[in-house]
Ligand binder design. Structure first.
Ligand code: ZN
Length: 630
């Protein structure tokens, strides 16, 4: 289930699954967001307490972030008072997310006040910028303390916010009272509260994505300007198709209602965070205006939506915990949680028409090329990227191809395409991952009580669809240290990963949005094209031509064959093409700290950009996979 509320329609909303029986036992939580333009959230909590020792936790392990990423460093001004007197506290010396207090005799209620210093710059995911003069995105786990000793599903909260006058909001929470500027929400359990973020802003729009269904699905948008809110008819049609295509794929849904909480801003962080009944989706401000942004960002909403089924309703056992502090998350099955979400999300993006078939193939070619240029595969199997995910999410961009990072997304997608095409091959086209989706997610329609799973459960569900040694099939791919990516799904799909000297539209748009020049597949370099950083080498392909010449990440390219990069941003691409017909190395002048250094790169293969090329004589199974389903 989910709830959307805005000031104008709070009364029509649906209900929570787990409404606490006794609101009197609830912790009252009031978050004053009126200081959001300067990134300050002021928090006041009233907790029912008993005399004696009390431990309060600040949430540490954040669902969806798969990491101990609760931004504890941003908590300040902590004060506890009871009966008009201050209550002293001491942080646990080994678990810094725990505060110890001793509640005085006779005290049954305690007030807690603190400020959340919401980031003003930088950061990843929930630790990135969440407030601007016109927008605030609130993740409740960042603005609460909760008592130790009970599972989060047994701790009741009565949350509320204070907003700047005239702002509107959306959340899965159900409004109980208060006006538009100071809504209070019905009591919910802590796990549901953390699962129900809120967005608010001066510029707000809400669109119905399931106008003919009993189960509401909405797109709620906040943006930097009123102009950025305008959803194009094509985008609206695509998102409506997405909802219906997801229902066809999974055969059930796991919410009472669903809200895409969509933030379009140049100033906030850009990411998506999944929840059962909503998703916190943040992207560039011109998403509805600029085709390049829409093409590159098209998969965001489908990915987070698929998570309602895969990740929230069905969750790897190691990523489920009774609270947010006492059990570390284990990422070993993230190649299912994220990899299969990536696969289904991208397939649904195409099935819904949000990408054309050609655009889908271009995105697949781009991510397959990244995985097929990962020399780090020789020492680190994919399984290890999932096992170390909580660290790798925050790894630097440099040497990604040798380090490997969150490869369980893109390589997970390749493995699931491999599985899908294998299922189709083994069953002569009768069965596919669509059948797996029904088996694995198509139960308990409407329920969003999480069902955990193990590796063996995944294998058993695949066997139910088609008997085969799926454990062996998957382990061979997960534990492999071979150089090349698992591309059999692409070839069984009727295509091959190939390279041409002309980038696809998608590739060009990716470079534009990432402000980078990606020459990893030719000379083996990734450069920044950002103003002020132009020429900065962000990554070098391990053992590639530039690597062999001695270049490394962090150097700054200044000139190519004696011609300044400043004078002609295309000078390197032109030199790479010109070198095809000579044996003369390409001479690169770089600045490394306070020195200028010259390197000769002996590369003559020309520019190379990934594409999928049809394989003659092989049925285009991939085209059938991404065609709209009924
Ligand atoms: Zn995801």
């Amino acid at each position: 289930m989910r709830h959307f509320t805005c000031a104008c329609c709070a009364l029509i909303l649906v209900f929570f699954a787990t409404t606490p029986a006794q609101a009197a036992d609830s912790i009252t939580l009031q978050v004053d967001l009126r200081d959001a333009p300067r990134h300050l959230f002021h928090v006041h909590e009233t907790l029912p307490v008993k005399p004696g020792p009390l431990t309060l936790y600040y949430p540490k392990w954040i669902p969806g972030e798969h990491s101990p990423s609760g931004p504890l460093e941003n908590l300040a001004g902590i004060q506890f008072t009871a009966g008009g007197r201050s209550v002293t506290w001491r942080r646990d010396p080994t678990d810094m997310y725990a505060l110890h207090l001793d509640i005085p005799k006779g005290v049954t209620s305690m007030d807690a006040a603190f400020d959340f210093l919401s980031p003003a710059m930088g950061g990843e995911f929930g630790q990135s910028v969440s407030a601007t003069p016109d927008i605030v995105d609130l993740e409740w786990n960042q603005v609460l303390l909760y008592p130790a000793g009970k599972p989060s599903r047994e701790i009741s909260f009565e949350p509320g916010v204070k907003l700047l006058a005239g702002w509107k909001f959306a959340t899965a929470l159900e409004t109980a009272s208060g006006g538009a500027d100071e809504p209070r929400f019905k009591p919910v359990m802590l796990n549901t509260l953390v699962d129900s973020p809120l967005i608010a802003g001066r510029y707000f729009n809400r669109l119905d994505l399931a106008p003919n269904d009993k189960v509401p699905v909405h797109l709620d948008v906040v943006a930097d300007t009123a102009e950025d809110l305008a959803v194009t008819p094509d985008e609206l049609t695509g998102l409506r198709n997405l909802v219906q295509q997801a229902y066809v794929l999974f055969g059930a849904h796991h919410y009472d209602h669903y809200d895409f909480l969509f933030t379009l801003s140049a100033n906030t962080g850009h990411f998506g965070l999944e929840h059962h009944q909503s998703s916190d989706d943040r992207i560039f401000p011109d998403y509805f205006i600029e085709p390049a942004t829409q093409l590159v960002g098209a998969h965001l909403l489908p990915h987070e939506y698929v998570h309602s089924w895969n990740g929230k309703f069905r969750r790897p056992a190691g990523l489920w915990a009774a609270d947010f502090n006492t059990t570390p998350m284990k990422g070993e099955l993230l190649w299912v949680y994220e990899g299969l979400t990536e696969y289904f999300g991208d397939v649904l993006t195409a099935r819904s028409g949000m990408l054309t078939a050609q655009q889908y193939r271009d995105t697949l070619a781009a991510s397959a090329a990244v995985m097929d240029h990962r020399p780090g595969r020789s020492w680190r199997p994919l399984q290890d990227t999932a096992d170390e995910a909580q660290i790798l999410y925050y790894a630097p961009r440099a040497w990604q191809n040798w380090r490997r990072v969150q490869d369980f997304y893109s390589e997970g997608e390749l493995i699931w395409l491999d599985v899908d095409t294998k299922l189709r091959e083994l069953s002569s086209g009768k069965r596919s991952m669509d059948d797996f989706a029904h088996v694995f997610y198509g139960m308990d329609d409407g329920s969003y009580v999480t069902k955990t799973f193990t590796f063996d459960d995944v294998v058993a569900a695949l066997k139910q669809v088609q008997d085969y040694d799926w454990a062996g099939f998957l382990r061979a791919r997960l534990d492999s240290t071979q150089y090349h990516a698992p591309l059999d799904g692409i070839t069984r799909g009727g295509y091959e990963l190939a390279y041409t000297d002309t980038p696809t539209e998608y590739f060009k748009d990716m470079e534009k949005l990432r402000k980078s020049v990606n020459l990893l597949y030719s000379i083996g370099l990734m450069l920044s094209s950002e103003e002020g950083k132009r020429g900065l080498i962000e990554d070098v392909l391990w053992d590639g031509p530039a690597y062999k010449a001695g270049l490394g990440a962090g150097m700054k390219l200044v000139a190519v064959n004696g011609r300044a990069l400043d004078a002609d941003p295309k000078v390197l691409q032109d030199a790479i093409q010109a070198a095809r017909t000579t044996s003369t190395p390409i001479r690169l002048l770089v600045r490394q700290q306070d020195q200028y250094l010259s390197y000769d790169v002996d590369y003559h293969g020309g520019l190379k950009y990934p594409v999928l090329k049809p394989l003659p004589g092989v049925a285009p199974v991939l085209d059938a996979i991404i065609a709209p389903h009924k």
